[in-house]
Structures are given as C-alpha cells and as structure tokens.
Ligand binder design. Sequence first.
Ligand code: ATP
Ligand code: MG
Length: 371
Amino acid sequence: MNFIKKFPPQIICKIEKIKSLLAPHTNRAYLVGGCVRDLFMDNAISDIDVEVYDLSEKRFQNLMEKLGASGVGKSFFVYKLDGVDFSLPRSEKKVGVGHKAFEVEIVKSEKLASKRRDFTMNALMINIFTGELLDFWGGVDSIYTKELRLIDENSFKEDSLRVLRAVQFCARFDLDVQSATKRVMKEISLQDLSSSRIFWELEKLFLATHLSKGFLVANELGVFEKLFDSEISMEAFDELCVVEKNFEKDMQAYYFLYIVANFSNKSVYEFAKTIDAPKHYLRVYRYQPFFKKIPSDKKLLEIAAELPISKWLGNYKPKVKLRAKELGIWENVFAGGVKIEDILKDGFRGKDIKIEYKKRVLNEINRRVDG
Ligand code: ATP
Ligand code: MG
C-alpha cells in the first residue's frame, strides 16, 4: 500500500518536492517520527522529519549545504530546510552523564536506526519513493490500542527526557502507558535535565487536551515528586477530570500548574520558578487566589479589583463566567466608581494613592454586597 497517498494534499505536495530534491542521490529516504505517527492518529501534521539513507556524511553535508539547508547543533547529521528536518540514520550509545552525552554512529539498516527512537509509535517509517510502511516494533498496534510502549528497555533509560515526553504524549493523545514501560520509567531519575528542557516538555502537557490523563501518568511515574519534591493531592486529578473542558483558550497554558499546586497547598508561583517557567508565567501567577468552592459575589468582586475574571485561573468553576459577565467584571477590572482624581483632590500622594484607592474599592464592594 502507498501510505503517502493518505497524507493531506498540502503535505503530499511537500513530500513531492522532497522526493525531487533527493531522487538524484538516493532511493532510500523515509518520513519518520511525529509526522508518521500523526498520520495514523488522524492528527494535523506539524513538522516533517526525513531520514536519508545511502549517503556518506560528507555527501549529505554537501547536498544539504547546496540546497541552502541550515545545520542543527554541532553535528552534521541534522539539517533544516523549509520546515523539514533532514537527518542521517544513526544509532546512539550513551557515553557520559546528561541528556546529550551520546556517541553517534551512521548506520545502513532501517531497523537499527529506528531503535534509537523513544516509543514504538514514534519509530514508524514511510519510504517517500514507494509509500511503503516500515513498522519494526508494533507502532501501529500501539496507536490503535492507545498504549505508549518503549522500544528497548536498556537504551530507553539512557535519556531521562523520555519520561517527560511520555507524560505530554499521554496528555495530548489520551494514551495509557504499558505496564512494563511504566516500570522502567519509574526508575529513571530526572536530575540530569536542565530546567529549560523540563519546561519545554511540560509546556506541551499544559497545552494538551487531556490534562487529567497527563496528571495521572505524571503522578504514577513519580514526576511531581522528582520535579517539585512534593506529594501531590489526588483531588487535583478529580478537579481536572471535571473542569478541563471549561478552560479559556488564551489562558490554557496556566491552569494545570495552578490546579496541581493549589490542591496540594503549594504556591503555584514557586512551582513555576522551580521549572524556570518564562516570565509570562510568573507574571500571571503573581496574583491568582484559589478557592475550592465557587466564590461568592464579594470574593469575585475582590478578585476583579485586581484583574478581570477572564484572567483569573479559577474562572473555570461552574457559573463563574456567567456571574462575572452579569457583574461586568469578566473583561474589566472592578473600580466601583472610585476615581484617582478624587483621591488626589483629598490630598493623597505617592504610595498612599494606591493604598487609598484599594481601600475605597473594597469599601465599595462591601457597600454593594451588604446593601
Ligand atoms: P511532536 O508532535 O511533539 O513534534 P515528535 O514525536 O515529532 O512529537 P520531536 O521532538 O519532533 O517529537 O521528535 C521527532 C522524532 O524524533 C520523535 O518522533 C522520535 O522518534 C525522535 N525523538 C525525539 N526526541 C527523542 C528522544 N528524547 N529519545 C528518542 N527519540 C526521540
Ligand atoms: Mg515533531
């Protein structure tokens, strides 16, 4: 069967271009990694990875440079051109400490090359010239059974990042982890990972559709203890199961940590700092009160004195959005008619202006709620 035909037309068009670039040089080149997995999962295809066979390092490097592709990292094995990653087939052997300490050897066998990949579903290959599918490790089966499975236990342990990749894949694609794979991952320490590496994997989790699944897997694998040195409450899981559909799209990245941290009585700001989250996370988390129950009007107004409810991460609770809209505080902060000019007229200056403003707004809230 020609699997190329199953891609959407704009991807087929890209593949045709890749074919014509590579045809004079080789007749073995494969689509690999996420784009093949996503084809079988019926997901939108984002990046395309192509593994090019039967070229020496030197010829591959010359060809890529002639095409105007740019090299990725220090090696000459991966090049980028128009959103496509081209690489040479290789096997990897761990030679030191850390996520990148690998010795790399160019190989000729597709099976050997596919063995360096993390999960069976990520090791599928489609020949760009013939459309033939290569599935050495049962990747298609793992997609249909929605079960994440590692390829090789010994080599898997060599890169701890794979544990975090597992968590975000489960959250994005609603997968469970096969029990043998889970057993291996539980034993992997995450200490060698830099916080930026951790953050970029976790952000894929924060943006995923099935956050509760991501939570469950992270918890089972001990990821929270390893990263945050903290026991996590299962109440957060119950909350996520119910509310993950209610999140506001433009705030999606921030809810997961907010819920996980608060249900464990921890500071979400501290959690975000632990994983070196970028500044916009810290800015959002600076003021985010938390209530287990649906907040009263008074509490909603108090929150809205600081930020519109559409920017408050507790806004997923039932009825909160509706009530905030009724109170006019969904898009706007609550000022209650208090004006800075009146405060100035009354003689307040410097820091006292802000303090007096806050006091008057809170008085106004009390007056409205009590009245
Ligand atoms: P995404 O949809 O997030 O891009 P992906 O699987 O394509 O998912 P990439 O980081 O783009 O992830 O990597 C492309 C492929 O390279 C993967 O499918 C996998 O086969 C391989 N790969 C990436 N990172 C690792 C790793 N840490 N260990 C083993 N294989 C990896
Ligand atoms: Mg990818």
